[in-house]
Write a protein that binds this ligand. Structure first.
Ligand code: ADP
Ligand code: MG
Length: 258
């Protein structure tokens, strides 16, 4: 485990419980292997940013963690539970993970508040009043308490993404997965979303963030994983992976994005 001096993140990543343990993970689509022997672990309170070129397998890796994709080999343990075991209660495991996508996937016919209460009522069996209380607290956290009764189409992309984050948080996740959460946003809307994520990180949320925002990764991540061609090329402190990369593939990638 890498020490994390110099980050703004106050929760120690050393010695915390392992939340996600990925061992020799492989994923093929047909005859094409897109993930090859991925091994990595994420501890409680850690913020891990995953970077790498398009097509390197970043989204597939996230999707194998919550079983939106079925791995072809290896194991993924979430809180010690093997999600690849056919007998595992994947709904229960998934209910502990919040996922935020590039496209916000809000229900357009529901209000902001309803978007944030529905899954709580269905999955956690919360009463409407209880779910609304949780949702309002999380909308407040993302700076949208006053937009609870709006419909998604009345919001900017950045606001919609913050609603998607509030919706995920309302399920009380132990782990948040983000797949390029700011890539679909106009540049002037990116900052507000990153600010919400930065705050979540400082509060100790365990987060895996696929992103092209190198400044965010450098500042907020405890660790950066660089993927290329379905393998992890480098995994370490951001000052090393972004600041002083050891592999030419990492350097080539960073030259293109920085
Ligand atoms: P990234 O998120 O890093 O851009 P992806 O994980 O989306 O990469 O994709 C990795 C590779 O897997 C790409 O070559 C992509 O075309 C392929 N791939 C992803 N999903 C599928 C799928 N459902 N069927 C076939 N190939 C896929
Ligand atoms: Mg992707």
């Amino acid at each position: 485990m890498t020490a994390n001096p110099g980050t703004t993140h106050t929760t120690s990543s050393d010695g915390g419980a392992v939340v996600v343990e990925i061992t020799d993970l492989r994923k093929s689509f047909g005859s094409v292997e897109v993930l090859t022997n991925i091994t990595a672990s994420i501890r409680q309170g850690e913020v891990v940013c995953v970077i790498g070129p398009s097509g390197s397998g970043k989204s597939t890796l996230l999707r194998c963690i919550n079983l939106l994709e079925q791995p072809s080999g290896g194991t993924v343990l979430v809180d010690g539970i093997d999600v690849t075991d056919p007998d595992c209660d994947i709904d229960r495991v998934r209910s502990r993970m919040g996922m935020v996508f590039q496209q916000f996937n809000l229900f357009s016919h529901l209000t902001v508040l309803e978007n944030c209460t529905m899954a709580q009522q269905v999955v956690h069996k919360r009463s409407k009043a209880e779910a609304e209380k949780v949702a309002r607290a999380n909308l407040d956290k993302v700076g949208l308490a006053d937009r609870a009764d709006a419909f998604p189409a009345q919001l900017s992309g950045g606001q919609q993404q913050r609603v998607a984050i509030a919706r995920a948080l309302s399920m009380d996740p132990e782990l948040m997965l983000f797949d390029e959460p700011t890539s679909a946003l106009d540049p002037e809307l990116v900052g507000d979303v990153l600010a919400v994520m930065r705050r979540l990180a400082s509060e100790g949320m365990t987060m895996i963030v696929v992103t092209h925002e190198m400044a965010f990764a450098r500042e907020v991540a405890d660790r950066v994983i660089f993927m290329d061609g379905g393998v992890i090329v480098e995994d370490g402190h951001p000052d090393r992976v972004i600041g002083d990369p050891q592999h030419h593939r990492t350097r080539t990638f960073l030259k293109r994005v920085l």
